[in-house]
Design a protein around this ligand. Structure first.
Ligand SMILES: *[C@@H]1O[C@H](CO)[C@@H](O)[C@H](O)[C@H]1NC(C)=O
Ligand SMILES: *[C@@H]1O[C@H](CO)[C@@H](O)[C@H](O)[C@H]1NC(C)=O
Ligand SMILES: *[C@@H]1O[C@H](CO)[C@@H](O)[C@H](O)[C@H]1NC(C)=O
Ligand SMILES: *[C@@H]1O[C@H](CO)[C@@H](O)[C@H](O)[C@H]1NC(C)=O
Ligand SMILES: *[C@@H]1O[C@H](CO)[C@@H](O)[C@H](O)[C@H]1NC(C)=O
Ligand SMILES: *[C@@H]1O[C@H](CO)[C@@H](O)[C@H](O)[C@H]1NC(C)=O
Ligand SMILES: *[C@@H]1O[C@H](CO)[C@@H](O)[C@H](O)[C@H]1NC(C)=O
Ligand SMILES: *[C@@H]1O[C@H](CO)[C@@H](O)[C@H](O)[C@H]1NC(C)=O
Ligand SMILES: *[C@@H]1O[C@H](CO)[C@@H](O)[C@H](O)[C@H]1NC(C)=O
Ligand SMILES: *[C@@H]1O[C@H](CO)[C@@H](O)[C@H](O)[C@H]1NC(C)=O
Ligand SMILES: *[C@@H]1O[C@H](CO)[C@@H](O)[C@H](O)[C@H]1NC(C)=O
Ligand SMILES: *[C@@H]1O[C@H](CO)[C@@H](O)[C@H](O)[C@H]1NC(C)=O
Length: 554
């Protein structure tokens, strides 16, 4: 058997590693003990607030109602001690009803769908048990592309938790009610959440993601020799703060002010912005098209919490009747109060099974609103897909794209030669983008059944669309492979295999595929996604099917 020179070199390296503590003598190299340094930012570079105006100039911040100040030192039942390198300090998450904190360890925060704090997902969950985000042996990293979501926020305007609060207030006016037992706290409870804004924990998530990405990929800054990076976000207040906190974690405070240009794209109805495509995709909010997931999830919830609702109802007297919508509202209050205030008395009202059902409620909602079961998800992810491909190929798209709405296609506002890209967006857009990329391994299994959870799908919303979720693309040089330029995709630390979804990509334990092949496939995907039809045509879609993110032809 003959080995190539590279294989011989690799084998020698393996032998050297395994012999590291044997009797072999290693001669010190000539530079041993010398000092090496990197220097970022390049001399003479500075952020330009004229070209990249701040939030106060861009405007369009959306609603910004504040809530009460957290008072965990007063309100938490136990102190939020830091328990390790990756804990969610400073939150205290209850054990579910029926669990004793001492005897069991069920992490309710992993069952909150898009309200979960992000957590590392295993590559094994999608079929790659033997890899990790560490650069595979024999490869070096050239480029990283990051698409990430804002951290924990208050509820969006007018959503279920505030409606529930309004219902309690109305009930008090209309005859009143009293509560006992587990619900005793409710007779004194007030709504303390604002709307839309990042919470203190939320900003720490984005800050920590920035720190993590500097730790993981900081060496790529050496690639910036006469410019500083452009990192993008949208104009909503939480999106601006998200990018700033990420940058603060990545570059430091106050360094980030000068070491990165934060580009704020206007998010407002009617404007084509890849970070907020639902603002122009009309079918996105049509009940029989882009938002079939909402009704499907509500249908599931209408049957899933009956036992718990009966138990809670028995502890209320007076003019207040709980509905399935209230069960979801109280579960959401558990999530939101924990994410915003550090602790919530609502959490311990619910059993382990309730949390499992709550997660499935979100799984259905996202699968059919922004996943394979949505007729508009691929169209909504197309803008980002085109932008990624533009960066991969260093060529602006020929066709109309969402690049040009606030700023022109130019190297100033859309540089094509960065070694590090970081764009902030919303979770729906992250999921839309994964659909546009055709990363179908995230959704293996049949379409989610909206009546009952048969656990046949590997799509779990809290793994893919949590607060702080991030989609990472590594572009690598792997000299032992042919071609040597390789690429792979990572979602919250899970490497996603693409051999079944991207023709020409081999089965690969590290999820690698030839860069040029993947770019070819993505270009085909751009061709096949008909934005105008999917977003504007008159068709009917229904939950229960896998549309691969595309509108059905009528
Ligand atoms: C290295 O040394 C340790 C402890 O002396 C020993 O257990 C181990 O087997 C050695 N490993 C190799 C690769 O020689
Ligand atoms: C920022 O950009 C503007 C427009 O190109 C330019 O006139 C100005 O000198 C720049 N400012 C800095 C500090 O580089
Ligand atoms: C509370 O009452 C007001 C006034 O009647 C009504 O407009 C509102 O819809 C009610 N809210 C809820 C959640 O029932
Ligand atoms: C109960 O509340 C509803 C509205 O929330 C009100 O219309 C009704 O009159 C109340 N019933 C009693 C007995 O107070
Ligand atoms: C509600 O608040 C009152 C006054 O602060 C207090 O006396 C009472 O114990 C509280 N009830 C509950 C169930 O916490
Ligand atoms: C910087 O990154 C680009 C894109 O990966 C690459 O083509 C270029 O060679 C790199 N330059 C340096 C100095 O590393
Ligand atoms: C749950 O309760 C609803 C009423 O809210 C009822 O329509 C439904 O049939 C019940 N489902 C089950 C499985 O008991
Ligand atoms: C909006 O962006 C999408 C995605 O890039 C594109 O397909 C569409 O043509 C754009 N629409 C307009 C009106 O620019
Ligand atoms: C790009 O921007 C220019 C100037 O604002 C505008 O006239 C043009 O319609 C835009 N193109 C697209 C595709 O949005
Ligand atoms: C997307 O992936 C599916 C397999 O999950 C495959 O059948 C389909 O051809 C892929 N689409 C493209 C454009 O490659
Ligand atoms: C959409 O199609 C349906 C069924 O063909 C039809 O009833 C409806 O009028 C159409 N709506 C529009 C706006 O064209
Ligand atoms: C979902 O499961 C129910 C039984 O729980 C079954 O009747 C229904 O056909 C299933 N729906 C789909 C789309 O498979």
């Amino acid at each position: 058997m003959k080995f190539s020179p590279i294989t011989v070199a690799l084998l020698a390296e393996v032998a050297a590693v395994s012999a590291a503590n044997s009797t072999i003598q290693y001669t010190a190299s000539s530079d041993v003990g010398s000092t090496s340094t990197d220097a970022f930012p390049p001399i003479g570079t500075v952020a330009n607030s004229t070209l990249f105006p701040p939030e106060s100039v861009v405007g369009f911040p959306g609603p910004t109602p504040t809530g009460v100040e957290p008072a965990m030192a007063q309100t938490a039942p136990i102190y939020p001690y830091a328990t390790g390198a990756s804990n969610s300090f400073p939150l205290v998450a209850e054990q579910p009803k029926g669990h004793s904190a001492l005897s069991t360890n069920f992490d309710i925060t992993k069952y909150w769908g898009n309200l979960s704090p992000w957590y590392s997902v295993s590559s094994a969950d999608y079929g790659l048990p033997d890899t990790s985000p560490l650069i595979p042996d024999g490869c070096t990293i050239n480029q990283v592309h990051l698409l990430y979501r804002h951290g924990a926020r208050y509820p969006t305007t007018g959503s279920a938790p505030s409606t529930f609060a309004g219902k309690l207030a109305n009930a008090t006016k209309a005859g009143g009610f009293s509560t006992s037992g587990e619900l005793a706290f409710l007779s004194n409870w007030t709504y303390k959440l604002g709307a839309e804004l990042l919470t203190p924990f939320g900003r720490s998530q984005n800050f920590q993601l920035g720190v993590a990405y500097r730790q993981l990929y900081g060496e790529l800054l050496n690639n910036f020799t006469d410019t500083i990076p452009v990192f993008r976000t949208q104009s909503q207040d939480r999106m601006v703060k998200t990018a700033q906190n990420f940058a603060a974690g990545f570059f430091g405070v106050p360094e980030y002010v000068d070491q990165v240009n934060i580009e704020i794209l206007v998010e407002t109805p009617g404007l084509n912005n890849s970070g907020a495509p639902y603002e122009i995709c009309n079918n996105s909010n049509v009940a029989t098209r882009g938002s079939i997931g909402s009704a499907a999830a509500a249908k599931f919830a209408s049957n899933a919490f009956n036992g718990t609702l009966a138990r809670l109802q028995s502890q209320v007297s007076g003019n207040l009747t709980f509905t399935p919508t209230d069960a979801i509202a109280m579960l959401q209050l558990c999530s939101y109060e924990t994410d915003a205030l550090g602790y919530s008395a609502f959490c311990k009202l619910f059993t382990e099974q309730d949390f499992i059902n709550y997660e499935y409620f979100y799984d259905i909602s996202f699968y059919y609103n922004n996943g394979p079961g949505s007729p508009v998800s691929a169209a909504q992810g197309k803008g980002y897909l085109q932008e990624f491909v533009a960066r991969f190929t260093q060529t602006y798209p020929e066709a109309l794209s969402a690049l040009n709405e606030t700023f022109d296609n130019s190297s100033t506002y859309f540089p094509l030669n960065q070694s590090i890209y970081a764009d902030a967006t919303h979770e729906v857009v992250v999921l839309d983008t994964l659909m546009a990329f055709n990363l179908t391994a995230l959704f293996n299994g049949p379409p989610l059944n909206v009546t009952a959870n048969y656990q046949q799908s590997n799509f779990v919303a809290s793994k893919v669309v949590p607060f702080g979720t991030h989609f990472t693309t590594q572009v690598l040089e792997c000299p032992a492979r042919s071609p040597s330029k390789q690429i792979r995709f990572i979602v919250n630390d899970a490497v996603v295999p693409i051999s079944d979804s991207h023709p020409g990509c081999p089965v690969d334990a590290d999820g690698l595929c030839s860069f040029s092949n993947v770019v070819d496939i993505l270009q085909k995907r751009i061709q096949e996604i008909d934005f105008n039809y999917d977003c504007f045509a008159n068709y009917t879609a229904s939950a229960g099917q896998d549309y691969n993110g595309r509108a059905p032809k009528m």
